[in-house]
Design a protein around this ligand. Sequence first.
Ligand SMILES: C[S@@+](CC[C@H](N)C(=O)[O-])C[C@H]1O[C@@H](n2cnc3c(N)ncnc32)[C@H](O)[C@@H]1O
Length: 327
Amino acid sequence: MDAFAGVLFGRALVIAVRRALFDGLASGPMSENQIASHTGLNSRALRLFLDACVVAGYLSHRNGAYHLAAEGRKWLLKDSPDSLVNLIAYFETLHARWGHLETSLEHGAPAHPYYEVFNEEDWRVYVLGMRDLARLLLPHVIEKILPGSAARNMLDLGGSHGLYAIECCRRRPGLRARVVDFEPALAHASTFVRESGLSGRIELHAGNFLSDPLPPNQDVVLMFNIIHGLSPAENRTLVARALEALRPGGKLFVLDQMRDEGSSSSSLARFIPLMVGLNLLNEIGGTAYSIAEVKSWCEGHSVRQVKVRLPGVAFVEIQRPHQTSNS
Ligand SMILES: C[S@@+](CC[C@H](N)C(=O)[O-])C[C@H]1O[C@@H](n2cnc3c(N)ncnc32)[C@H](O)[C@@H]1O
């Protein structure tokens, strides 16, 4: 079933989302023939998928018509505040890249990391997908990353869409943020920043966070979904540079899908990071790390794991001491 149903349902789901099947049901129930003409799919073929969506809890079937169920309405509509439609579109990109998984497993990395082969449209899909994920995470982390009202500077390394910088600046009028990412990602972030009206306070820095200097005196530095794409040596160096960029007492936050060795965790919480790690291996030669590994990169600093109620997601706060020990 792992090798069959999960893979096939996932393929069908991304096609249905791309053809706005669920959006079509937003204004009311439809028969399978109506859904067929809305999506351009064959009604007999469609019925198998629609009934699978009923079993999966996205649709219900009553009086000869398909209705959106609460789960479908929440996650699968383009205009839902919790929409994962863009993330699912990105999964379609990944499905195509999983065709090369065997090569990545043989060599420990893909022949070409994603950033070498993505075209403009791939970048758009990637950034919007990451933004869906960030919208899902945001309510769980915003109060934790938000610096005090006297804070002046924040830095988001690999900040992609800019959502975290936008939300922090919105809540802290004295704050300025720099988002560092590759230029094709920031091309989309610039639209979101402009729409937020915060262009004057959010700087989009197109560059490489592994080699570009990091500005000093930061109240907050974010590394969200970054460590899984880097080697241990790169992470050790980047964490050290991020800590160096903090003002005394400032905080670095690392969020990732980390290996969970705790036997009390659910299978899902232990499985998701491994699959994200495997996907990152195929995307960029990445992996899934553990909290213990993150701690080993932060010698001499207080590291605190902050609970987030999302399976497989680990969130770590590392504070730079207020004073150096010999001062
Ligand atoms: C998985 S996404 C995470 C985006 C965002 N931090 C979030 O959590 O929603 C990783 C981001 O890091 C960027 N990135 C990866 N390596 C980078 C590098 N060396 N320099 C700058 N950006 C990089 C990618 O372009 C991508 O936008």
